[in-house]
Design a binder for this molecule. Structure first.
Ligand SMILES: [Zn+2]
Length: 387
């Protein structure tokens, strides 16, 4: 078989296959085509020596804001993803049905990184998010647009993976659970999952969980009090455990206000790892405290989460949440995306949404990105060679 690209001699860490071994990975026609030792190139094959580095399925950031220029909170996706080893960025509700078409044409289609989206059930998406202008798009019930959201999602099923709803005093003011109930109606009609954002009550964490259906996602799930998943006694709330047993997925969505180390420590000590680790990158957290996906993953690594689980949370677990089984895996036949990483040892200062500092000894650093079977970007890591 003729390969377009071979990644040679890396530590291939792919939780979707329980794989952690030093070997080669080859790509053809935009897909992963082989894994194994000493894969043979031909004259047209690009060969990259990645020995000393880790090769994972392409990283998926399940919670980002990348409708750059169309919404005030969004960052520019190409530069962001290049810096964080991301091959698929999921925009969560920056756009609503009233402005998704601009997102598609002006941002998603020209971008070399794959962008998928949860569509906001509020008509114009997250339109009023800035340091001195903060208007929740779910505050005004007249903006909730389930029929329009269903129509736009039906017409863009290649890109739209679910419905986003923000509830809490920032996202929905005093509307309580009403926007979530409306979003769930749209998601039911579409047969798609909901990603529900929580911030401060109302509504309560428990009121949100009890509405969610198996496969729905709660983001900002490791939020500090109020609306925290833990009890004052240092256990996980019963409603949280029951929701996981029902199939609700727990996403991090670090952002500006949503990851507290003291909550994460309790959750991990109780054996409750997040299903997905994501950045919630936006303009008010990209320069800290969240920074990006690999920094958020590094925090969990330093909190004691095993590396294979940290990688799973941004690859196969995210792909499952998206219901896109061809992503998040290096199984032959999967989408040909990979990320090349190193875990550096040293002394690193991490900070959470509450301003708590965590001295860490490990840092996940991206060294290269493969998208659709082509080497897209390297950042001081592996060097190119051609046979
Ligand atoms: Zn967000």
């Amino acid at each position: 078989m003729a390969y377009d690209l071979i990644l040679r001699g890396g530590r291939v860490l792919d939780p979707s296959q329980g794989l952690d071994t030093t070997t080669d990975v080859a790509f053809s026609d935009g897909k992963v085509s082989a894994i194994g030792p000493c894969l043979k190139p031909d004259a047209a094959t690009e060969v990259r020596d990645v020995s000393g580095a880790i090769v994972t399925p392409g990283l998926i950031d399940l919670h980002t804001h990348v409708y750059w220029g169309g919404t005030s909170l969004s960052v520019e996706p190409e530069a962001y993803c290049r810096g964080s080893g991301i091959t698929t960025a999921i925009d969560t509700g920056s756009a609503g049905p009233g402005n998704f078409h601009g997102f598609r044409r002006h941002v998603i289609e020209p971008c070399p990184v794959r962008i998928l989206a949860y569509l906001n059930v509020s008509f114009a998406g997250i339109f009023g998010f800035a340091p001195r202008v903060m208007v929740g798009e779910s505050e005004e019930i007249r903006l909730l647009a389930p029929a329009e959201a269903v129509a736009v999602a039906q017409a863009n099923r290649d890109l739209i993976v679910g419905i986003k709803v923000r509830v809490g005093t920032i996202g929905s003011g005093r509307s309580g659970t009403v926007p979530l109930d409306v979003g769930l109606q749209a998601a039911d009609e579409l047969g798609m999952p909901v990603m529900a954002h929580i911030d401060d009550p109302p509504p309560n964490y428990e009121e949100v969980l009890e509405r969610l259906r198996p496969g729905d996602i709660i983001t900002h799930s490791f939020h500090a009090f109020p609306n925290t998943p833990i009890t004052p006694q240092g256990t996980v709330k019963r409603a949280v455990i029951a929701a996981r047993e029902r199939g609700i997925l727990f996403d991090i969505g670090h952002g500006k206000g949503s990851l507290a180390f003291k909550v994460a420590r309790v959750m991990l000590a109780n054996g409750f790892m997040p299903d997905t680790i994501s950045s919630d990158v936006h303009t008010l957290c990209v320069d800290g405290p969240a920074y990006d996906l690999v920094t958020t993953m590094s925090k969990f690594l330093c909190l004691g989460m095993p590396l294979k689980d940290v990688i799973a949370s941004a690859t196969i677990n995210a792909a499952r949440a998206l219901q896109r089984p061809a992503l998040g895996s290096l199984k032959p036949g999967s989408v040909g995306d990979a990320t090349i990483l190193k875990v550096e040892n040293g002394r690193f200062d991490y900070v959470d949404a509450l301003g708590e500092h965590l001295p860490g000894e490990k840092k996940i650093v991206p060294h290269g990105i493969v998208i659709a079977g082509r080497w897209w970007h390297s950042s001081g890591g592996p060097q190119a060679s051609r046979t």
